[in-house]
Design a protein around this ligand. Structure first.
Ligand code: ATP
Length: 349
């Protein structure tokens, strides 16, 4: 049996169709992210799972029980918001124990549960502090602990890290994954940050304009994007206009160069077909048996672990990423270079 089933969910706000025919099966213990640009319907979908919004169409089934119409407090789901939403007049322990006292759990049991969960989020020493005495990262740990304290059937996180600065964000991101795996808690995580989704998730649901574009593991989503939207939304992608020579044979032309593409034919070509290739798949120099192009070096940026080179191929700009190493030899700006990429690493949209 599927642990959590979202079946054909749609939601209107007035005339705006915020979510359209959303279908997803989540396994017990799975970490699923909803990823997409602002306004694509991620939060609305999450809020339907939480019970804060009722879908206009469709069904939500949790452990075999239809919870579509159930009020939020009867669903046993925990939610964490971007804004922490802690009670300012309660200390950490009381914030975390809030859901338990509402459920009339005896005080001693609450104390035990709170201290157990504060240990997991590494806040045991701050039980008596008030939210204003905590950093943003600590406040979000408290919010996470509060959501976990009720032992929710599903943990829902809505952009929980976006209010934090970069370093804390990366630290807390790793913490969230550790805690999720330790407790084996089924989790849905809403984000517009692709790096967060890629690094955290078992599976990612990429959304655009209220609809699902693709569902897959981070590896599948990045390496085998099924639509142009997914391909360009996640990671860097070069798109170079091509002329079709022989579609069946996977032969195309860029200027005077013939390119071979090992591709599937599932997606129909657009009226202006483009070759898609990730910057890290393109190599400097010629490699036997690979596609080759000549290019002009426009700009070189040192980014630390990688060096990004902006090239010009037949008037179209193309990015190439090289891993940094101390003895790296780089071309010069305005130099003409040969670049190569394997047939299996590129595809045509
Ligand atoms: P963001 O990342 O900006 O939070 P999102 O992907 O979570 O975006 P939603 O908040 O789910 O997107 O919004 C989806 C669509 O529904 C948007 O067009 C939004 O303007 C609209 N919408 C959301 N909430 C309401 C509301 N309460 N009333 C009217 N329209 C709404």
């Amino acid at each position: 049996m599927t642990y959590l089933l979202l079946s054909n969910l749609s939601k209107f706000y007035g005339n705006t169709l915020a979510v359209e025919n959303f279908n997803l099966e989540v396994e017990r213990g799975e970490f699923v992210s909803f990823l997409g640009p602002s306004g694509c319907g991620k939060t609305t979908t999450l809020r339907m799972v939480a019970g804060f919004e009722v879908p206009d169409q469709g069904q939500i089934v949790l452990e075999g029980e239809d919870i579509t119409q159930l009020p939020p407090n009867q669903r046993m789901v925990g939610m964490v918001f971007q804004s922490y939403a802690l009670f300012p007049n309660m200390n950490v322990a009381d914030n975390v124990g809030f859901g338990l006292s509402v459920r009339k759990m005896p005080a001693e049991q609450i104390r035990q549960r709170v201290s157990e969960i504060l240990k997991i989020v590494q806040l045991e020493d701050l039980q008596k502090r008030y939210p204003y005495q905590l950093s943003g990262g600590q406040q979000q740990r408290v919010a996470l602990a509060r959501a976990l304290a009720i032992r929710p059937r599903v943990l829902l996180l809505d952009e929980p890290l976006s209010a934090l600065d970069a370093k804390i964000r990366v630290e807390l991101r790793a913490e969230i994954r550790r805690i999720q795996q330790e407790l084996k808690i089924t989790t849905i995580y809403v984000t517009h940050d692709q790096e967060e989704a890629l690094s955290l998730s078992d599976r990612i649901v990429v959304m655009n304009k209220g609809k699902i574009e693709q569902i897959g593991t981070p590896f599948e989503i990045y390496n085998y994007p099924q639509t142009e939207f997914v391909a360009s939304f996640i990671g860097q992608l070069n798109l170079i206009p091509v002329q079709v020579v022989d579609r069946e044979g996977g032969l195309y032309r860029i200027g005077t160069h013939t390119i071979q593409v090992e591709q599937n034919h599932r997606t129909p070509l657009s009226s202006q077909p483009k070759l898609a290739i990730r910057p890290e798949e393109v190599k400097l120099g010629s490699v036997e048996g690979w596609n080759q192009l000549t290019a002009l070096v426009r700009q070189i940026s040192f980014l630390g672990a990688i060096v990004r080179i902006w090239l010009d191929v037949e008037g179209v700009s193309l990015l190439l990423d090289v891993f940094n190493e101390r003895k790296l030899e780089l071309p010069k700006v305005n130099e003409k270079v040969v670049i190569s990429f394997p047939h299996h690493a590129c595809w045509v949209l």
